[in-house]
Write a protein that binds this ligand. Structure first.
Ligand SMILES: C[C@H](O)CC(=O)SCCNC(=O)CCNC(=O)[C@H](O)C(C)(C)COP(=O)(O)OP(=O)(O)OC[C@H]1O[C@@H](n2cnc3c(N)ncnc32)[C@H](O)[C@@H]1OP(=O)(O)O
Ligand SMILES: NC(=O)c1ccc[n+]([C@@H]2O[C@H](COP(=O)([O-])OP(=O)(O)OC[C@H]3O[C@@H](n4cnc5c(N)ncnc54)[C@H](O)[C@@H]3O)[C@@H](O)[C@H]2O)c1
Length: 258
């Protein structure tokens, strides 16, 4: 069976794999026979989650750290001798308006910076180092060597009030998709980005219940929160379809946030 036509045997690195969409991706990929490196913060449940799955190892790192990501990739090579798939799920949210007149408070700059650093810079840090490993892979008959999947958000296009930092960080990830594909296509590496709508995870659960209910009501169909495995299923589809490249894919039940 040609490599990348199924997840079986593929060495996959999932950032943010200890929770939510990343965890669901680790679960689906390991069940499909992939060998998975779960990367998440040392303070996360990464160790516990990895232990619950077959062919899964936890390698702690802050994705914004060049040094820690380099160590994760070194350990991946030491344990698995290659890297085939990278799924960037790690990310944080923030709810803050540009200016709160009640508190006479402009959006704190360090908060804006932190969101961009984790979501955008962290995603790029994983990619720029993972490409070095993928480029060493033996190509399959289609000359394919690797697949990179990033996680943006519908907020990249329909950002709500209070989402200026988050939307900027996610729009940047969507904006990176095509130039990344152009840059690394010569090595046989494809790049796609998923823009999830509202999914049932701890990150979304941080919103006021009223907000979650209002958002869920605006999902056209199916009118419910997305299931994290539905995100993971999209990741599997991207890996297994060799002609999908440079694309940003909304996965949102036709939600258009107001
Ligand atoms: C996470 C994925 O990437 C997908 C998504 O992006 S899902 C969309 C997530 N949306 C957000 O995070 C919105 C962030 N913004 C906010 O939470 C608020 O605007 C803010 C906290 C920054 C400022 O809110 P503020 O102006 O102080 O008003 P606040 O008192 O919080 O809320 C006003 C009302 O709007 C509601 N509300 C807050 N956020 C809401 C939202 N996202 N959608 C709908 N209603 C919302 C509140 O429940 C409140 O209702 P109430 O007056 O009846 O109690
Ligand atoms: N849940 C949704 O509705 C939704 C919608 C659109 C986009 N997203 C995006 O999907 C991704 C996953 O979100 P989720 O809902 O599963 O959230 P989550 O909070 O359940 O999981 C995020 C994971 O990322 C990890 N993480 C955060 N900062 C990190 C860092 N610096 N280094 C390493 N790991 C780090 C966290 O420890 C956590 O395990 C995020 O990028 C989020 O922005 C989520």
């Amino acid at each position: 069976m040609s490599k990348f036509t199924s997840l079986k045997g593929l060495v996959s690195l999932v950032s943010g794999g200890a929770s939510g969409l990343g965890r669901a991706t680790v679960e689906r990929f390991t069940k499909q026979g992939a060998r998975v490196v779960l990367c998440d913060l040392p303070s996360s449940d990464g160790e516990k989650v990895a232990k619950q799955m077959d062919n899964c190892m936890f390698l702690p790192a802050d994705i914004t750290s060049e040094k820690e990501v380099k160590e994760v990739l070194r350990a991946t090579m030491e344990n698995y001798k290659c890297l085939d798939v990278l799924v960037n799920c790690a990310g944080i949210g923030v709810a803050r308006k540009t200016y709160s007149i009640q508190k006479n408070l402009p959006h704190p700059l360090d908060e804006f910076e932190r969101v961009l650093k984790v979501n955008t810079l962290g995603t790029f840090n994983m990619i720029r180092q993972a490409v070095i490993l993928m480029a060493q892979n033996e190509p399959n008959e289609d000359k394919a060597r690797g697949v990179i999947i990033n996680t943006s958000s519908v907020a990249a296009f329909d950002g709500q009030m209070g989402q200026v930092a988050y939307a900027a960080s996610k729009a940047a990830i969507a904006g990176m998709t095509l130039p990344l594909a152009r840059d690394i296509g010569e090595f046989g590496i494809r790049v796609c980005t998923i823009c999830p709508g509202v999914f049932d995870t701890p990150l979304l659960a941080a919103l006021p219940q009223k907000a979650i209910d209002a958002l869920t009501k605006t999902v056209v169909f199916p009118q419910r929160l997305g299931k994290p495995d539905e995100f993971a299923q999209m990741c599997q589809t991207i890996v297994e379809n060799p002609y999908l490249n440079g694309e940003t894919i909304r996965l949102d039940g036709a939600l258009r946030m107001v």
